[in-house]
Design a protein around this ligand. Sequence first.
Ligand code: ADP
Ligand code: MG
Length: 390
Amino acid sequence: MNKILEIKNLSKTFYDNKKHIALSDISFEVNEGEVICLVGPSGSGKSTLLRCIAGLEDIDEGEIVLLGKSAMEISDKHEVGFVFQDYNLWPHKTVLENIIFTPVLKGKMSTDEAKNMAKDLLKRFDLFEKKDSYPDFLSGGQKQRVAIIRALAMKPKLLLLDEITSALDPELISSVLNLIKVLAKEGQSMIVVTHHLKFATEIADKIIFLDEGRMVQQATARDFIYAQSNPRIEDFLKTFSLNKQEVNIYEGVDQFQAFQLGTLKRFKEGSAKYVVGSSGDRWFETMGSFYQTYEEERIKRKISWNMIMYNESPRDHDLRIKYPDLNVYRLIPKDMENPANYYVIEDVVVIQIFGKPGDEPVLIEIKNKDVAKSYMNYFNLLWERSAVIK
Ligand code: ADP
Ligand code: MG
């Protein structure tokens, strides 16, 4: 794996009236395609750390190695994109002008190329019709998405996002978080400072906890939230209402893929996923080129599928033959009808609706212990009545 960023024993002290240690002996790495979430109480040094990485602050001790070079040697800091809480869009420029300004100025591309790229990005993130609007006429969520697109326009190797939803009204937050999920899926390396812990578990490869400038823990998203043993961090987690119950709906191919790849990060190594219903090869088709990434990760982490299907699709068949321990299939009895396709992981039920070929997929995620239990009971019942495929 390519290392994008390496932080070695970084320390940073501010001297105002008195000496103030903001960061103390921080070391970690970001590999290509990884998402690191930085969490910690206010004043713990999260913003300072991002500012050091972006070259906006000098460091006192340690080293920041970016793309194999000491950050001191890199004069063009555009390898790193930075988005702040308060958008910082230029008010006198339109959305399109905001996006193309820096890439054209820095000679990354011609004006025409920049415009085409900006239009593509705006289309992808549902903002195309706003291209000629001025920032004041956008909602906070739209402004923040434009700010992210503007950072992406420089094709940064590493994207730093500092509490970018903090200034948004609650109903606007999900549009921004969803955009970040899609970027995570596509392998954009990122360091994300966020207070949305559930979101963090869905995108983060690693969660780093900072407290008073020290790195207290580095853990997988799963271990951080669900297997936390550090009392200090447990206290911190309690201050967030980690919603125990919720229903989320995800529409479209981008969201579908982002959801599946994100969900995989929440599985424990060696755990099982229970799937009921026929999707034929629609699941594989909908995953598109991300199927490969998904499968590699799943095989690496030995996550098995227990499936009850109407028939075994060709792709399912190939997988079963290739990895006999990874997938177990049974056939739904002919007299039973079960038009939905759903799966259960721990306390979460995910219903997948593919519709007819060409339809946009829809995912419904229900997080509720009792609902999950009743689906699992039904799964077990079907499993007993289903024929084993040999
Ligand atoms: P966080 O983003 O986690 O809330 P910050 O990185 O903003 O925390 O701040 C970490 C500590 O460094 C805080 O105690 C803050 O007061 C201090 N600090 C940050 N920037 C400066 C500065 N420019 N001058 C003096 N102290 C600062
Ligand atoms: Mg901050």
